[in-house]
Design a protein around this ligand. Structure first.
Ligand SMILES: CC(C)(COP(=O)(O)OP(=O)(O)OC[C@H]1O[C@@H](n2cnc3c(N)ncnc32)[C@H](O)[C@@H]1OP(=O)(O)O)[C@@H](O)C(=O)NCCC(=O)NCCS
Length: 167
């Protein structure tokens, strides 16, 4: 699958017309909350704020949006860090290297702006094994955990990567 697709995948900044496709991807994340509503508000605010610090990318294959990821100042803003968010790859196109390509762009973006760290709240590492293993294999470490932070058995897990060079 990897060799079939990865040379044809194109990464670019997202634009307003991508929002429905991004929300379709986000709808693939199982959650008791309506994540699409939260994401729609966030994406619209980003596009409407010229001084927004951060960026959002989409991965396309034959013009179809198959993955997305963004970064922003996040919940604990610092001049040294950006927080990654809304990483999702269409379930039909996973394990083709798409998330790795998106991360390369995000890391390059953060490094070029003098950031030392890329951080994220990885969520439940027992349920989200793919996300956890993906980040471990991409140089992230768990640097903080608060058990039952969100609710019973839903821990806060913060992962971070020290950015040493452009990817
Ligand atoms: C996590 C996710 C983004 C990975 O996207 P992807 O495009 O499939 O990832 P890549 O193909 O770039 O994977 C790179 C490496 O990460 C690891 N990895 C990715 N998915 C994995 C899985 N399901 N199991 C084990 N390792 C995995 C592997 O080391 C993989 O390399 P390999 O395929 O050569 O073995 C994708 O599974 C996804 O969208 N999951 C649902 C949403 C989600 O959990 N988002 C993250 C929120 S923090």
């Amino acid at each position: 699958m990897k060799s079939e697709y990865n040379k044809d995948i194109y990464i670019r900044h997202f634009k307003e017309a991508d929002i429905p496709a991004l929300l379709n991807l986000i709808a693939q994340i199982a959650s008791s909350e309506d994540l699409t509503k939260i994401a729609h508000i966030q994406f619209s605010n980003e596009l409407a704020s010229p001084d927004h610090e951060g960026s959002r990318f989409v991965a396309t294959l034959d013009g179809l949006v198959v993955g997305t990821m963004g970064c922003a100042r996040g919940p604990i803003p610092s001049s040294q860090a950006l927080w990654a968010d809304w990483l999702i790859v269409d379930s039909d196109y996973q394990r083709c290297g798409i998330a790795s390509l998106l991360y390369s762009e995000i890391e390059k973006y953060a490094f070029e702006r003098g950031k030392r760290y890329l951080c994220l709240d990885i969520g439940n590492i027992d349920k989200e094994r793919a996300a956890y293993l993906f980040h471990l294999n991409n140089g992230f470490q768990i640097i903080g955990q608060l058990p039952d932070y969100w609710c019973d058995y839903e821990h806060l897990n913060i992962m971070a990567k020290f950015l040493t060079s452009r990817k």
